[in-house]
Design a protein around this ligand. Structure first.
Ligand SMILES: NC(=O)c1ccc[n+]([C@@H]2O[C@H](COP(=O)([O-])OP(=O)(O)OC[C@H]3O[C@@H](n4cnc5c(N)ncnc54)[C@H](O)[C@@H]3O)[C@@H](O)[C@H]2O)c1
Length: 359
C-alpha cells in the first residue's frame, strides 16, 4: 500500500531557514540543553553503534568529509567541509548537509542542512565533555578564535556550565567585536564579556579554555607556559591531519579525552604525539567505566574532532522537533510508482502522462 507509513516515499526536507525557524521556536539555550541530553543518551549506547572513522578528501585548501554511522535501526551521514581560507572568498569555513535513513528499508526519512546544526552539536558536545571534565566551580572561560562556531560555544558554556565571564581573543579583533555584540544582544545580563589583547591575557586565571580557531596548518594557539592547575581545555579547531592548534608540549601535562580513538589519533591534537599516547574515551567516562577529572588541580583536555554519533543525535533531534512543530516540507527524492519494479514506466508517465495513460 503506497500510502502506508512504511512505504510513503516522501522525505522531510529542512533547509537552513527551516532549522533557523526551529531554533527560533525552541530557543538556542533550550535546544542546546535538549541536544546535550540526546548526546549523552546516545554516547551511553556507544557499543550499539556501527562506527567508522570519517572518509576524508584532502586538498591544499581544506577537507571534505563524509561521516556515516548506524545503530541498526537508523543510519545517518553528514557531508562537511573545512576550508579555513574560505572567509577571503566570502564563504563560511564549515558548511554541511546530511540525511537520516531507515535501516530496514533504506528509505530516506530526512535530508537537512547541517551547517547551523554542526555549530549547535559541536557546542553541545563541548558542553557534555566539560560537564564531566571541568571543575564544577568553573565560572570563567577564555574563548580563542571568535568565528562562526564561537557564539554557540559561548552560549553552551553559559547555559550548561554556569560560565559567567568569557574572555575573547582572535587574531582579527573585528571577529571578537562581532561576537561581543551578538552576546550582548542575547540578553544575558549576568554574562561578562571582555575582549583581550593576547591569548595570555585571555587565558590567565580562566577555568576553561576553548580553542576554536581555523588555520590550515600546525598552529600553536596555546603554549605550555599558559597552563594553570585545574584548567579544562576544550580544543575544537584542530581536526585534520596537519591541522592542529596546541603546542604539542602541552599534552603530556594533561589528561586527554577523545571521541573515537581511530579517528582522533589521525586528526586530533594527539596526532602530534606517539601512537600509544594515553587517552580516555569520553563515552567510558559518561558510562562511569573510567574516571574523568580526579582532582581539582588536574588539567583535563577534550581533544574534539567531531564524530558521526554527534550528527546522528543532531539529526534525530531535528527530525523529532521539525515533525512536532510542522517545520520543513515533504519532498519526493524517490519515485512513488505503484509497481516498485516499473521505474521506467514511472519515468514515462512523468514526461508523457497522456501517452502513458493511453499505453
Ligand atoms: N571539533 C569539531 O567537532 C568541529 C566542528 C566544527 C568546526 N570545527 C573547527 O573549528 C574551527 C573554527 O570553525 P569556525 O567555523 O568558527 O571558523 P571561522 O573561520 O568562522 O573562525 C575561525 C576564527 O579563528 C581565528 N583565528 C585563526 N587563527 C587564530 C589564532 N592563531 N589565534 C586566534 N584566532 C585565530 C580567525 O581569525 C577566525 O575569526 C575550524 O578549524 C573548524 O574546522 C571543529
Amino acid at each position: 500500500m503506497r500510502h502506508s507509513h512504511l512505504s510513503n516515499p516522501k522525505t522531510l526536507f529542512l533547509d537552513t531557514h527551516d532549522v533557523a525557524r526551529l531554533l527560533g521556536v525552541i530557543g538556542v539555550p533550550d535546544a542546546l540543553t535538549q541536544l546535550v541530553a540526546r548526546l549523552r543518551a546516545d554516547y551511553l549506547r556507544w557499543p550499539q553503534f556501527e562506527k567508522a572513522a570519517r572518509v576524508a578528501s584532502y586538498s591544499s585548501q581544506g577537507t571534505i568529509e563524509l561521516m556515516p554511522i548506524s545503530d541498526g535501526t537508523q543510519y545517518t551521514y553528514k557531508c562537511v567541509n573545512g576550508h579555513p581560507g574560505n572567509g577571503l572568498r566570502g564563504l563560511p569555513t564549515v558548511m554541511a548537509m546530511g540525511a537520516l535513513l531507515d535501516c530496514d528499508t533504506g528509505m530516506i526519512r530526512m535530508i537537512s542542512e547541517l551547517t547551523l546544526t554542526t555549530a549547535m552539536r559541536t557546542a553541545a558536545t563541548s558542553a557534555l565533555a566539560a560537564q564531566a571534565l571541568a571543575r564544577p566551580d568553573s565560572r570563567t572561560m577564555a574563548l580563542i578564535g571568535n568565528g562562526a562556531q564561537s557564539d554557540f560555544q559561548a552560549l553552551a558554556f553559559y547555559t550548561l556550565l554556569g560560565i559567567r565571564e568569557i574572555r575573547l581573543y582572535d587574531l582579527d579583533r573585528s571577529a571578537s567585536q562581532r561576537l561581543q555584540h551578538n552576546l550582548a544582544a542575547s540578553g544575558l545580563a549576568d554574562l561578562r564579556v571582555q575582549i583581550c589583547d593576547s591569548v595570555r591575557q585571555a587565558v590567565q586565571g580562566a577555568d576553561i579554555v576553548t580553542t576554536v580557531t581555523a588555520f590550515q596548518g600546525v598552529a600553536q594557539v596555546l603554549s605550555a607556559d599558559l597552563l594553570e592547575p585545574g584548567m579544562h581545555i576544550n580544543a575544537v579547531g584542530g581536526d585534520c591531519p596537519g591541522k592542529t592548534e596546541l603546542d604539542p608540549a602541552i599534552l603530556p601535562h594533561t589528561t586527554v579525552f577523545v571521541e573515537f580513538p581511530p579517528q582522533t589519533r589521525h586528526e586530533g591534537e594527539i596526532q602530534n604525539q606517539a601512537a600509544d599516547f594515553p587517552i580516555t574515551e569520553l563515552w567510558r567516562v559518561l558510562a562511569d567505566q573510567q574516571p574523568g577529572r580526579t582532582d581539582a588541580a588536574q588539567i583535563t583536555l577534550f581533544d574534539s574532532v567531531g564524530f558521526a554519533l554527534e550528527d546522528y543525535s543532531a539529526l534525530q533531534f531535528l527530525h523529532a522537533q521539525a515533525t512536532r512543530h510542522s517545520i520543513g516540507r515533504w519532498v519526493e527524492v524517490t519515485p512513488d510508482q505503484e509497481d516498485p519494479r516499473d521505474l521506467f514506466g514511472w519515468l514515462q508517465a512523468q514526461n508523457h502522462p497522456a501517452d502513458a495513460l493511453a499505453g
